[in-house]
Design a protein around this ligand. Structure first.
Ligand code: KPL
Length: 305
């Protein structure tokens, strides 16, 4: 049995660790320096049925990277590269699975670890951190994995243990399409809910109908340009379904902004803007600037035109 090493002890990382352990998979948590010298506590996982389960994982630190056999990276998009930089001893055969919102990170990881199998993951599981080692699984979703580079071919078998633990996991040779579909949803829900300080479900109130429609059209146009084939009506339906399913949630960007943390705006709305070229995306631009202003940072990427 291959041990899963999880980098990123946030809400989703902890839920993944918990669900894999419950299924009998060996799991270690790759911890940062601030955890060194501290007792490694058990994880308290609140399951979908509301039961508490204590989950034991093995702690590990960067200097043990040579022992990592399968690395699941579940940090924020902007943390991925820095977190991976220190793993000098990571074996070249170790698959690196990237699971984060947004896009634009994989090329840097590929440059850092050019020989490792690089895999992208997209998941719609819901998770919420309620304390340092206390995490709630808030929604069952689908998980898709797919190859980013040629070295990842032949790693489709990774989905079997994941499917058993998570209820669903599948391999897709066209993972970029699924990443784009997820990004399109995030590019509508996340900045709007963060800027208006609302839960996801409130986006369906009549006062947001116009901006929701305009933003959906902008994002959909860019996705078509990137090779997407989804019709606007299908996108609207999919978006509404996600909003309804996550109606009581605060989006991750809302939570980041509310807690004074850096947001993933560069990897979500920034990605849409950078791929828009001549397409007009005024609502995206306005939301991008607004999120930057509220998080007290100047725009990081070029957003002209
Ligand atoms: O993925 C999400 C996020 O908040 O980042 C959605 C689907 C919008 C759920 O809140």
């Amino acid at each position: 049995m291959t041990e899963w090493t999880i980098l990123g002890a946030g809400a989703l990382g902890c839920v993944m660790a918990g669900l894999l352990r419950r299924q009998g998979e060996p799991v270690s948590l790759l911890l940062s320096e601030r955890h060194r010298g501290h007792l490694h506590p058990s994880l308290d996982l609140i399951t979908l049925s509301g039961r508490h389960q204590l989950i034991h994982t093995r702690p590990c630190f960067a200097e043990q990277a040579g022992q990592i056999r399968c690395l699941l990276v579940v940090t924020k998009a902007y943390q991925v590269v820095e977190a991976l930089q220190g793993l000098h001893k990571l074996p070249e055969s170790t698959p690196i699975i990237l699971l984060h919102n947004g896009l634009g990170v994989a090329a840097q990881v590929q440059a850092l670890y050019p020989r490792n199998p690089l895999i992208a993951a997209v998941s719609s599981h819901g998770a919420m951190k309620e304390g340092d080692w206390l995490v709630r699984h808030t929604g069952k979703g689908e998980t898709w994995l797919g190859p980013i580079n040629a070295a990842a071919a032949g790693h489709a078998g990774l989905v079997s243990p994941l499917a058993a633990a998570l209820g669903h996991a599948q391999w897709s040779e066209d993972i970029l399409r699924l990443q784009h579909q997820k990004l399109a949803i995030n590019a509508v829900i996340n900045p709007l809910t963060a800027c208006h300080n609302i839960r996801n479900g409130q986006l369906l109130e009549p006062r947001f109908a116009d901006v929701l429609e305009q933003l959906s059209e902008e994002v959909h146009q860019v996705m078509l340009k990137l090779g997407g084939q989804e019709q606007l009506d299908d996108f609207r339906r999919r978006l509404h379904k996600v909003i309804e399913l996550t109606a009581t949630n605060y989006s991750s960007m809302h939570q980041d902004l509310a807690h004074g943390r850096r947001t993933e705006i560069d990897y979500i709305t920034g990605y849409v803007i950078n791929n828009a070229n001549e397409l007009p995306v005024p609502v995206c631009r306005q939301l991008y600037r607004e999120i930057q202003r509220r998080s007290g940072k100047p725009p990081r990427r070029r957003t002209s035109n």
